[in-house]
Design a protein around this ligand. Sequence first.
Ligand code: M6P
Ligand code: ZN
Length: 195
Amino acid sequence: MQALFPQFTQFDPLTGTIEGAPSLERHLSDLRGYFADQTAYQAAFTQEDALLYTVTNVEPAQGDGALHYGISYLLPGRVGREYYMTKGHFHAWRPAAEYYIGLRGAGLLLFEDEQGHSWSTPITPNSGVYVPGHTAHRTVNTGPEPLVFLGIYPFNAGHDYGTIQERNFSQVVVDVNGQPTVMERSAFLRTLTQI
Ligand code: M6P
Ligand code: ZN
Protein backbone atom coordinates (compact mmCIF):
# COMPACT_ATOMS: atom_id res chain seq x y z
CA MET A 1 0.00 0.00 0.00
CA GLN A 2 1.18 3.48 -0.80
CA ALA A 3 2.28 5.37 2.34
CA LEU A 4 0.14 8.41 3.07
CA PHE A 5 1.86 11.60 4.04
CA PRO A 6 1.15 13.16 6.38
CA GLN A 7 -0.82 10.36 8.02
CA PHE A 8 -0.48 11.86 11.49
CA THR A 9 -0.84 15.61 11.98
CA GLN A 10 -0.58 17.79 15.01
CA PHE A 11 -2.76 20.88 14.91
CA ASP A 12 -3.09 23.90 17.14
CA PRO A 13 -6.68 24.94 17.81
CA LEU A 14 -5.50 28.26 19.26
CA THR A 15 -3.67 29.48 16.16
CA GLY A 16 -5.49 27.35 13.56
CA THR A 17 -2.28 25.93 12.16
CA ILE A 18 -1.20 22.40 11.21
CA GLU A 19 2.43 21.47 11.73
CA GLY A 20 4.32 21.41 8.43
CA ALA A 21 1.39 22.62 6.29
CA PRO A 22 1.41 26.00 4.50
CA SER A 23 -1.33 28.52 5.28
CA LEU A 24 -2.97 30.86 2.82
CA GLU A 25 -4.24 34.29 3.86
CA ARG A 26 -7.46 36.02 2.86
CA HIS A 27 -7.54 39.77 3.31
CA LEU A 28 -10.28 42.38 2.90
CA SER A 29 -9.10 42.92 -0.70
CA ASP A 30 -9.83 39.26 -1.49
CA LEU A 31 -13.47 39.80 -0.46
CA ARG A 32 -14.19 42.91 -2.51
CA GLY A 33 -17.90 42.87 -3.37
CA TYR A 34 -18.81 40.26 -0.76
CA PHE A 35 -19.87 42.52 2.13
CA ALA A 36 -23.27 44.16 1.80
CA ASP A 37 -22.34 47.67 2.98
CA GLN A 38 -20.03 48.97 0.26
CA THR A 39 -19.42 52.32 1.99
CA ALA A 40 -18.31 50.51 5.16
CA TYR A 41 -16.12 48.17 3.07
CA GLN A 42 -14.40 51.11 1.37
CA ALA A 43 -13.84 52.89 4.71
CA ALA A 44 -12.34 49.74 6.27
CA PHE A 45 -10.15 49.02 3.23
CA THR A 46 -8.85 52.61 3.14
CA GLN A 47 -7.64 52.15 6.72
CA GLU A 48 -5.99 48.75 6.22
CA ASP A 49 -6.19 45.66 4.03
CA ALA A 50 -6.93 43.64 7.17
CA LEU A 51 -6.36 39.91 7.45
CA LEU A 52 -9.76 38.19 7.68
CA TYR A 53 -8.79 34.51 7.81
CA THR A 54 -6.18 31.88 7.12
CA VAL A 55 -6.76 28.44 5.62
CA THR A 56 -4.34 25.54 6.11
CA ASN A 57 -5.11 22.54 3.96
CA VAL A 58 -3.60 19.05 3.98
CA GLU A 59 -3.94 16.79 0.96
CA PRO A 60 -2.58 13.42 2.05
CA ALA A 61 -3.79 11.39 -0.94
CA GLN A 62 -5.63 11.58 -4.28
CA GLY A 63 -7.95 9.05 -5.88
CA ASP A 64 -11.26 7.31 -5.20
CA GLY A 65 -12.22 7.49 -1.53
CA ALA A 66 -9.41 9.85 -0.49
CA LEU A 67 -10.05 12.69 1.96
CA HIS A 68 -8.57 16.17 2.26
CA TYR A 69 -8.92 18.42 5.28
CA GLY A 70 -8.06 21.87 6.50
CA ILE A 71 -8.27 24.28 9.40
CA SER A 72 -9.64 27.78 9.03
CA TYR A 73 -8.82 30.61 11.44
CA LEU A 74 -11.35 33.43 11.07
CA LEU A 75 -10.64 36.65 12.96
CA PRO A 76 -13.30 38.56 14.92
CA GLY A 77 -14.44 41.84 13.42
CA ARG A 78 -17.05 43.51 11.25
CA VAL A 79 -17.38 45.49 8.05
CA GLY A 80 -20.06 47.97 9.06
CA ARG A 81 -22.56 45.76 10.89
CA GLU A 82 -21.70 42.58 9.00
CA TYR A 83 -19.40 40.12 10.75
CA TYR A 84 -16.16 38.86 9.22
CA MET A 85 -16.84 35.79 7.10
CA THR A 86 -15.27 33.43 4.57
CA LYS A 87 -15.86 33.80 0.84
CA GLY A 88 -18.06 30.73 0.80
CA HIS A 89 -18.34 28.25 -2.03
CA PHE A 90 -20.20 25.43 -3.69
CA HIS A 91 -18.12 22.36 -4.31
CA ALA A 92 -17.07 22.13 -7.94
CA TRP A 93 -18.14 18.49 -7.74
CA ARG A 94 -21.63 19.31 -6.48
CA PRO A 95 -22.47 16.00 -4.69
CA ALA A 96 -19.44 16.38 -2.37
CA ALA A 97 -20.40 16.81 1.30
CA GLU A 98 -18.11 18.16 4.02
CA TYR A 99 -17.87 17.82 7.78
CA TYR A 100 -16.97 20.79 10.00
CA ILE A 101 -15.74 20.48 13.58
CA GLY A 102 -15.60 23.60 15.75
CA LEU A 103 -12.35 24.03 17.71
CA ARG A 104 -12.45 27.57 19.11
CA GLY A 105 -14.72 30.63 19.22
CA ALA A 106 -18.33 31.00 18.16
CA GLY A 107 -19.97 31.51 14.83
CA LEU A 108 -22.56 30.53 12.29
CA LEU A 109 -22.49 28.49 9.13
CA LEU A 110 -24.70 29.91 6.38
CA PHE A 111 -26.06 27.45 3.83
CA GLU A 112 -27.76 28.00 0.49
CA ASP A 113 -28.82 25.33 -1.98
CA GLU A 114 -29.01 25.64 -5.75
CA GLN A 115 -32.71 26.55 -5.57
CA GLY A 116 -31.88 29.48 -3.29
CA HIS A 117 -33.18 28.00 0.00
CA SER A 118 -31.09 29.22 2.92
CA TRP A 119 -30.57 28.19 6.50
CA SER A 120 -27.90 28.40 9.18
CA THR A 121 -26.42 26.44 12.08
CA PRO A 122 -24.18 27.45 14.97
CA ILE A 123 -20.57 26.31 15.10
CA THR A 124 -18.81 26.14 18.47
CA PRO A 125 -16.02 24.06 20.04
CA ASN A 126 -16.82 20.34 20.24
CA SER A 127 -19.69 20.65 17.79
CA GLY A 128 -19.86 19.18 14.32
CA VAL A 129 -21.85 20.36 11.31
CA TYR A 130 -22.63 18.20 8.30
CA VAL A 131 -22.54 20.22 5.08
CA PRO A 132 -24.65 18.39 2.50
CA GLY A 133 -23.68 18.20 -1.15
CA HIS A 134 -25.15 20.69 -3.65
CA THR A 135 -25.05 23.39 -0.91
CA ALA A 136 -23.00 26.57 -0.73
CA HIS A 137 -21.46 27.19 2.69
CA ARG A 138 -19.94 30.24 4.37
CA THR A 139 -18.64 30.62 7.91
CA VAL A 140 -19.23 33.78 9.96
CA ASN A 141 -17.43 34.74 13.17
CA THR A 142 -20.03 36.24 15.53
CA GLY A 143 -17.87 36.18 18.66
CA PRO A 144 -15.08 38.23 20.25
CA GLU A 145 -12.25 35.73 19.62
CA PRO A 146 -10.99 33.90 16.53
CA LEU A 147 -13.28 31.17 15.18
CA VAL A 148 -11.26 28.05 14.42
CA PHE A 149 -12.70 24.96 12.74
CA LEU A 150 -11.64 21.86 10.88
CA GLY A 151 -13.25 20.88 7.57
CA ILE A 152 -12.99 17.39 6.02
CA TYR A 153 -14.05 16.77 2.42
CA PRO A 154 -13.58 14.35 -0.50
CA PHE A 155 -10.28 14.98 -2.32
CA ASN A 156 -12.11 15.91 -5.53
CA ALA A 157 -14.69 18.28 -3.99
CA GLY A 158 -13.02 21.39 -5.46
CA HIS A 159 -14.09 24.98 -4.81
CA ASP A 160 -16.55 26.83 -7.04
CA TYR A 161 -16.24 30.45 -5.91
CA GLY A 162 -17.63 31.98 -9.09
CA THR A 163 -21.30 31.23 -8.40
CA ILE A 164 -21.16 32.93 -4.98
CA GLN A 165 -19.10 35.82 -6.34
CA GLU A 166 -21.87 36.48 -8.87
CA ARG A 167 -24.98 36.08 -6.75
CA ASN A 168 -23.69 36.05 -3.12
CA PHE A 169 -25.71 34.49 -0.29
CA SER A 170 -29.25 35.77 0.07
CA GLN A 171 -28.76 36.12 3.84
CA VAL A 172 -26.30 38.19 5.86
CA VAL A 173 -25.23 37.98 9.51
CA VAL A 174 -25.23 41.44 11.08
CA ASP A 175 -25.09 43.08 14.47
CA VAL A 176 -28.53 44.29 15.58
CA ASN A 177 -28.40 45.98 18.98
CA GLY A 178 -25.36 43.90 19.93
CA GLN A 179 -26.92 40.59 18.82
CA PRO A 180 -25.70 38.57 15.82
CA THR A 181 -28.76 38.37 13.58
CA VAL A 182 -29.42 36.52 10.33
CA MET A 183 -31.28 38.78 7.89
CA GLU A 184 -32.27 38.77 4.25
CA ARG A 185 -29.62 40.74 2.34
CA SER A 186 -32.33 42.82 0.66
CA ALA A 187 -33.85 43.79 4.04
CA PHE A 188 -30.42 44.72 5.40
CA LEU A 189 -29.66 46.84 2.33
CA ARG A 190 -32.93 48.72 2.87
CA THR A 191 -31.82 49.62 6.43
CA LEU A 192 -28.67 51.19 4.95
CA THR A 193 -30.56 53.52 2.65
CA GLN A 194 -33.01 54.73 5.31
CA ILE A 195 -32.12 58.21 6.54
C1 M6P B 1 -13.12 25.28 5.30
C2 M6P B 1 -13.13 24.37 4.11
C3 M6P B 1 -12.05 24.79 3.11
C4 M6P B 1 -12.25 26.26 2.76
C5 M6P B 1 -12.21 27.12 4.02
C6 M6P B 1 -12.42 28.62 3.80
O1 M6P B 1 -11.94 25.04 6.02
O2 M6P B 1 -14.41 24.40 3.51
O3 M6P B 1 -12.16 23.98 1.97
O4 M6P B 1 -11.28 26.68 1.84
O5 M6P B 1 -13.23 26.66 4.92
O6 M6P B 1 -13.59 28.91 3.08
P1 M6P B 1 -13.54 29.57 1.61
O7 M6P B 1 -12.72 28.61 0.75
O8 M6P B 1 -14.97 29.66 1.21
O9 M6P B 1 -12.88 30.88 1.71
ZN1 ZN C 1 -16.41 23.25 1.23
